[in-house]
Design a protein around this ligand. Structure first.
Ligand SMILES: [Zn+2]
Length: 115
């Protein structure tokens, strides 16, 4: 038997453009839009969440000051906010017209935008 590496198709429950709420940590209960998703580390960058401030010295091309930069947040610390019922909700997967969509467990509406 060959030990072929299983292809890792990670399916995350959170996608770019989703609105999420932070469940724990410094930014608990903060809501924001997902700006970027890192599949490998299961982390996402959320708007206005996990911001670090960097003080920069002035250079010739930059006058210096404080730069705010968002750091990635573990997906396990986040929960999707359903755009239909506007509450943090778990999602399940469902096939809808040959497409895998996410469905809110609270209101049973499809979370993904359907074209
Ligand atoms: Zn819902």
């Amino acid at each position: 038997m060959s030990k072929a590496k299983k292809p890792t198709f990670k399916k995350l429950k959170i996608k770019k453009g989703d609105t999420v709420i932070v469940l724990s940590g410094r930014d608990k209960n903060k809501k924001g839009k997902v700006l970027e998703v890192f599949l490998d580390s299961s982390e996402v960058i959320v708007e206005r969440v996990n911001i670090v401030k960097r003080h920069l010295r002035p250079t010739r091309s930059f006058q210096g000051g404080i730069i705010e930069k968002p750091l990635p947040v573990k997906i396990s610390k986040l929960m999707l906010v359903c755009p239909r019922c506007n509450t943090p909700a778990r999602v399940k997967r469902q096939i809808n017209e040959d497409k895998l969509v996410r469905v809110c467990k609270r209101c049973n509406e499809i979370v993904d935008k359907v074209k």
